[in-house]
Write a protein that binds this ligand. Sequence first.
Ligand SMILES: CC/C=C\C/C=C\C/C=C\CCCCCCCC(=O)SCCNC(=O)CCNC(=O)[C@H](O)C(C)(C)COP(=O)(O)OP(=O)(O)OC[C@H]1O[C@@H](n2cnc3c(N)ncnc32)[C@H](O)[C@@H]1OP(=O)(O)O
Length: 231
Amino acid sequence: MLRSCATRLRTLGAPPAKQPGAVWRLFSSEKVIHKDYGLPNPSWSKDLRLLFDQFMKKCEDGSWKRLPSYRQNPVQTFKEFQTRFVDPGSVTKEEQMSKAQQFSRSLEEGLGFEYVMFYNKGEKRMVCLFQGGLHLQGVPGFVHGGAIATMIDITTGMCALAEGVAMTANLNIDYKKPIPLCSVVVVNSKLSKTEGRKLFISCDIQSIDEKTLYTSATALFIKLDPDKRLT
Ligand SMILES: CC/C=C\C/C=C\C/C=C\CCCCCCCC(=O)SCCNC(=O)CCNC(=O)[C@H](O)C(C)(C)COP(=O)(O)OP(=O)(O)OC[C@H]1O[C@@H](n2cnc3c(N)ncnc32)[C@H](O)[C@@H]1OP(=O)(O)O
């Protein structure tokens, strides 16, 4: 389903996957550099690089695909989303739209959310390799629960988006062990059931040696109905 996910995201205006660093002209007066954040940077630990390399190997036979990740979606993405699902009276102004950023990509490199996602279409599984930086602290030395929820929402969300444009309706999280800051963990999500527009997705977060289960969660996403306005 990844091809259709990628196709859908492109339909919504995301930059094509094969053009990291390409210059995208959104308005005649504005140029935005779209950097692909799902690639190694100097803040990535040895563990994260190692895991990244392992998953890139898995991509070679086509069973897994790495997802590119951008800080900003082109204005066209907003426009198409709003045209399809938002009441014309409540659409966001174009100037504001151009300044919007993906929340999880808006912090300084290495201090916030460092992650990369891989999708297995056959298994309907989305895996996220995540390193939580020092500015995600909750209890001293550990990642904030809200930051963990964010990563679960994004990972399950991307799993859901492979099926269509969907939003989180419900997220249940069991925090079993605290996640140390700067450690690398594996967020593993899978579409477990579909009922009409409802997508049920399970998710857990484990240490890289799989010995520690930090978090387990279930999420319900609802595919948006084009005949209903969100606002
Ligand atoms: C959306 C993305 C778009 C574009 C992507 C572009 C770029 C991608 C780049 C990065 C993406 C990163 C991933 C992002 C993932 C993050 C996702 C979010 O954070 S979404 C934000 C949080 N969620 C919301 O704000 C949603 C607020 N809720 C709603 O707007 C609505 O409730 C809804 C979810 C849209 C559902 O409303 P509908 O009117 O469409 O559905 P209903 O007729 O009410 O229900 C259908 C069906 O589902 C059952 N149901 C609904 N809600 C719940 C619930 N909370 N618990 C259990 N069941 C629920 C309902 O009972 C109906 O069931 P049925 O009668 O059996 O059919």
